[in-house]
Design a protein around this ligand. Structure first.
Ligand code: CA2
Length: 149
């Protein structure tokens, strides 16, 4: 667990994002998940924030990771396909009182209709989509600017 929860950002990634950079580069780009983690770490370093970076293919594990983020500065959440299906994740965000920025690499609104609905958006502070890896950096900037001085 982080030493200073209130200055920690949790970046949580859902199913199949471990495959980033290896398939579908036209949709998701060529950056790997390790590249995303590097970008998040350097952004957190610049703001003097701690980083917890995780990926899981399991919905229940994402619920647990959200619960563990309670008391943190905030969460950058790319719940991947669970975005469009999971009431459990929305409940976890609400229950833990999390400051969540929902991020998607692709522009979900330019894709299939089933990607246009998100169970996360109503309980998120904001949503960034379609900006690739840059979306993660911007989300951390937003959380850093909400830090109490
Ligand atoms: O655009 C995003 O970041 C998504 O959250 C990605 C999800 C998709 O279900 C959402 O609608 C939008 C899919 C992640 C799958 O990642 C892959 C990466 C490389 C190759 C195959 C899948």
């Amino acid at each position: 667990m982080p030493v200073h929860p209130s200055t920690t950002v949790h970046v949580l990634n859902g199913p199949n994002l471990n495959l980033l950079g290896t398939r579908e580069p036209a949709v998701y780009g060529r950056a790997t998940l390790a590249d995303v983690e590097d970008a998040c770490r350097s952004t957190c370093d610049r703001h003097g924030l701690e980083l917890v970076f995780r990926q899981t293919n399991h919905e229940g594990e994402l619920v647990t990771l959200l619960q563990q983020a309670a008391g943190s500065l905030g969460v950058v959440l790319n719940a991947a396909a669970y975005t469009h299906t999971s009431i459990a994740l929305a409940d976890a965000i609400k229950a833990a009182g999390l400051n969540v920025v929902e991020v998607h690499l692709s522009n979900v609104f330019a894709r299939e209709a089933f990607r246009h609905h998100s169970f996360i958006s109503p309980v998120a502070r904001g949503v960034i989509c379609g900006l690739g890896i840059e979306g993660y950096r911007l989300a951390i900037d937003v959380l850093a600017s909400s830090r109490a001085n």
